[in-house]
Write a protein that binds this ligand. Structure first.
Ligand code: EPZ
Length: 427
């Protein structure tokens, strides 16, 4: 394993180009299973999670080739297997979303249930209920979800919570159902809208994506398409925080203003200077950030995936901030690591109270999950002295060439082998 070694204090200055959206790409790759013919995806980020999804497509007997330079060719004309292996679903929850498309194409699918992860239980009950509402017989045992249905039928689906993944999964499955499906209380995340754009290009009939009511009129067949992955709003947000905590001046290219607005407004509240064009965002800070409160909510609320990097910024803010995590029940595992760097954070349940301190100090830390790792990187950039971040495999799941991009704007960062002992065990 490797670890990051980062010396804080450098003022970040320059331009970074956002890679393709991790979460958008994962949903679109699962959606590609619905199409007969070749789909060519461009600007696919070269990250662990996308490689896992490609392995999943291959496990289903689907042609999937990574051409390099961000181009991936998928041909789902033939789906020769209907079972998704546990070791892939265990590696990445999003691969569970191949269930509906395979079921819609083959009349049967068997997918391992995803485990929980570091941020919460993350059940799949909305997904299962949605597939059942479309007429599938679903059996869950021995850790697998088995679904069977000769022909899915359009229906009214109501989501108890606007789940992004469940909305994407049901919307995709409904494309090949007979009749009209309406998803009520649907998620409006940009990754839902991006998937709808992709499916519509394949021949699907979808209205209302990006609102709380999505209507899908089923069609007989979808075909392969060419599609350019939209930019990753979470990567843009992470680099924006990096600019603020180093009082830098960073221009982020390839952004969509509507997608980044929820967190750009929060950065402005903290005193950052944000200049936006239709595809770039310039982030500058000339002083210590000001404290502000964050409540994570489904889009267009503040995105839960940026709660962690923002906590690193608020840790050095002038004043006291309160973060309320309304989406996941356990998304504060980074708090202990920030505390070891000198942060003053009291976390209780879904709330963290952060008393800003003038500075953090570098320390040896461990990333517990993808966005916790991003928080530690932002904290290390701001900290005095050197930090080490173990567990960078979590970061590499979701951020393409993060170290190269940070170096290109002045960060003193590198990757070295990690001889660290196994994580300390509390006895
Ligand atoms: C997607 O996860 C993203 N992942 C997450 O990003 C993101 O945090 C999340 O949406 C919210 O925006 C991908 O797109 C691959 P949810 P998803 O279903 O779809 C509960 C990252 O860091 N729930 O919107 O799995 C769930 O437990 C990742 O890139 C159920 O109870 O999220 C959670 O509390 C982390 N039952 C809430 O809904 C279900 O069947 C929101 O989850 C499904 C979800």
């Amino acid at each position: 394993m490797d670890k990051l070694v980062l010396t804080g204090g450098a003022r970040l200055d320059g331009t970074v180009v956002t890679s393709g959206s991790k979460n958008g790409t994962l949903a679109i790759m699962a959606g590609a299973l619905l199409g007969k013919g070749e789909t060519i995806l461009k600007n696919v980020p070269s990250i662990g999670d996308c490689r896992t999804m490609m392995d999943m497509l291959r496990a289903l007997g689907v042609k999937c080739e990574e051409e390099g330079n961000g181009v991936v060719r998928i041909d789902a004309t033939e789906i020769s297997a209907t079972e998704a292996p546990y070791e892939l679903v265990k590696r990445m929850r999003a691969s569970f979303c191949v269930l509906g498309p395979v079921l819609a194409r083959k009349g049967y699918a068997k997918v391992a249930m995803p485990g929980g992860c570091d941020i919460g239980a993350r059940p799949i009950d909305f997904h299962v209920k949605g597939i059942q509402t479309l007429g599938a017989y679903v059996n869950i045992d021995h850790g697998f979800v088995e679904a069977e249905c000769e022909q899915l039928k359009g229906a009214q689906v109501y989501l108890n919570f606007p789940s992004a993944g469940a909305t994407q999964h049901i919307m995709s499955s409904a494309c090949l159902a007979e009749g009209v499906t309406t998803i009520h209380n649907a998620a409006a995340e940009p990754e839902v809208t991006q998937l709808a754009e992709f499916l519509t290009k394949m021949g699907a009939r979808i209205e209302g994506a990006g609102t709380s009511t999505v209507r899908v009129e089923g069609v007989g067949e979808l075909h392969g398409v060419e599609f350019d992955m939209p930019p990753d709003r979470m990567e843009a947000g992470t680099f924006a925080v990096a600019a603020v905590v180093t009082m830098g001046d960073v221009r982020i290219e390839r952004i969509r203003p509507d997608d980044v607005e929820p967190f750009a407004l929060k950065l402005r509240e903290s005193g950052a200077i944000i200049e936006m064009t239709e595809n770039t965002m310039r982030v500058r800070a000339n002083s210590r950030p000001m404290a502000t409160d964050i409540m994570t909510m489904p889009h267009p609320g503040f995105p839960t995936d940026l709660q962690q990097p923002f906590a690193a910024m608020l840790a050095i803010a002038d004043g006291t901030s309160v973060i309320t995590e309304n989406v996941y029940e356990r998304r504060f595992r980074y708090v202990n690591e920030l505390t070891r760097m000198g942060a003053d954070i009291k976390q209780d349940g879904r709330t963290a109270v952060i008393n800003g301190v003038p500075k953090l100090t570098g320390a040896q830390t461990t990333a517990s999950d993808l966005r916790a790792g991003a928080a530690l990187v932002c904290a290390a950039l701001a900290a005095e002295g050197q930090s080490e971040i173990s567990g960078i495999e979590h970061i590499e799941r979701g951020y393409e060439k993060m170290v190269d991009k940070l170096k290109s704007i002045g960060a003193q960062v590198g990757v070295v082998p990690d001889e660290q002992e196994k994580e300390a065990v509390c006895v």
